[in-house]
Ligand binder design. Structure first.
Ligand SMILES: [Zn+2]
Length: 379
């Protein structure tokens, strides 16, 4: 192990017998009356192992390890020798250099920043819909997601070009699957791109793709609610997490389902909502199964924002950092003021036919069954 002070935390400022290291969550000040901390930080340029560092500092090896342990807990150090053990080749380390620097935020002496990128490389993401989420597809490719499976059935239209920047005027009339595949391969030729030109009309047809995926991004929003229930059912059945992004007129919505003992699914969300506010039934019935194509208010800044939120959540789920509070949740943010308009986390609802039902079935329970179940009180 060759400890190195993370480069993202330099420069170091020395004054009044203290060493100050700038971190985003506040400056860290270390007492350094005799200058030994500064000496150690200077020696930790990644070229020395711990024995060499202890010798040059003229301290016991055990004492050095204790100091390193403290610095590790502050998140200041990583292991420069990890580069020898990563499966990323030189070209990949250059391509993903900024990713790797970003992952330094989460690396430790034991877990290198390379492992996060390696995880991306070995992940398969299913992207259901290549319209509004075509930007997400571009981000996934750029980030180095090993395999992307994209589903869509539409062709590129003139009215898509205000926001679906994966496509250009030359693509008008082409299938989105073909146009996106060509473009994604140009962004990153080192990953696998697989596309299926298919219209999703039930949960069953999603099962083969989701089975092969580690995580799902649901970009299908029509028919309203019903399509979410298809994706939800398939993901619960196969134990896969999914992320759903949506836009209102002036808001963006991020929803996620994470498999877990207590984590509720989308049908649990419906059941909970109906039990808490029975009048929700009218709203639900009004939009259930509907198509709002003509009312589409997809505006590029909002699509860019939801792309950021979805991709950020996806990265957290894939790489595994910042998962302290990982449960099914929904978040709506104003795209004008960035105010949080609503935030919900939910557990399993008693009697949920998807979480507790017959897993031999390939389709979610009928909506009427959900409505009936919602009349039963919670256990
Ligand atoms: Zn459920």
């Amino acid at each position: 192990m060759n400890p190195v002070l993370k480069t993202i935390y330099t420069p170091i400022i020395v004054f009044d017998g203290k060493v100050q290291i700038g971190k985003e969550d506040g400056n860290l000040e270390l007492e350094d009356l005799d200058g030994s901390v500064r000496d150690l930080l200077n020696l930790m340029d990644g070229t020395r192992n711990t024995v060499e560092l202890a010798n040059e500092m003229n301290i016991d090896h055990a004492d050095l390890l204790e100091i390193l342990n403290d610095l590790d807990e502050y998140g200041l150090v990583e292991d420069a020798s990890a580069v020898k053990y990563t499966s990323l080749n030189e070209n990949e380390r250059e391509r993903y250099r900024s990713n790797l620097n970003y992952f330094s935020n989460f690396s430790t002496l034991k877990k290198s920043r390379f492992t996060y990128q390696e995880t991306f490389k070995h992940t398969t993401v299913a992207l259901l819909g290549l319209g509004g989420f075509s930007l997400t597809a571009a981000a996934l490719a750029g980030m180095g997601t090993g395999r992307i499976i994209g589903l869509d059935y539409d062709s590129v239209e003139l009215s898509n070009l205000n926001r679906q920047f994966l496509y250009c005027e030359d693509d008008i009339g082409k299938l989105k699957t073909e146009a996106s595949s060509d473009r994604l391969k140009k962004i990153n030729s080192e990953i696998d791109i697989e596309v299926h030109n298919v219209k999703i009309e039930d949960a069953k047809s999603l099962l083969p793709v989701i089975r092969e995926s580690d995580i799902v991004i649901n970009g299908i929003d029509q028919p309203s609610i019903l399509s979410t229930r298809w994706v939800n059912f398939a993901c619960v059945k196969l134990g896969k997490p999914y992320i759903l992004g949506g836009i209102g007129h002036t808001s963006i919505i991020l929803q996620k389902y994470v498999p877990g003992e207590e984590n509720g699914c989308f049908d649990c969300y419906l059941l909970n909502s109906l039990r808490e506010a029975p009048e929700f039934i009218h709203q639900l019935k009004a939009v259930y199964g509907a198509s709002f194509q003509k009312r589409n208010t997809a505006f590029a800044p909002n699509i860019a924002m939801i792309t950021g939120l979805v991709t950020n959540e996806l990265a957290k789920q894939i790489a595994g950092y910042d998962r302290a509070d990982n449960q099914s949740s929904s978040l709506e943010i104003s795209s004008l003021s960035f105010e949080r308009l609503s935030e919900t986390q939910w557990k399993k609802a008693s009697g949920c036919p998807t979480c507790n039902g017959d897993m031999n079935s390939d389709e979610p329970a009928d909506l009427n069954m959900i409505l009936e179940l919602s009349k039963e009180s919670r256990v």
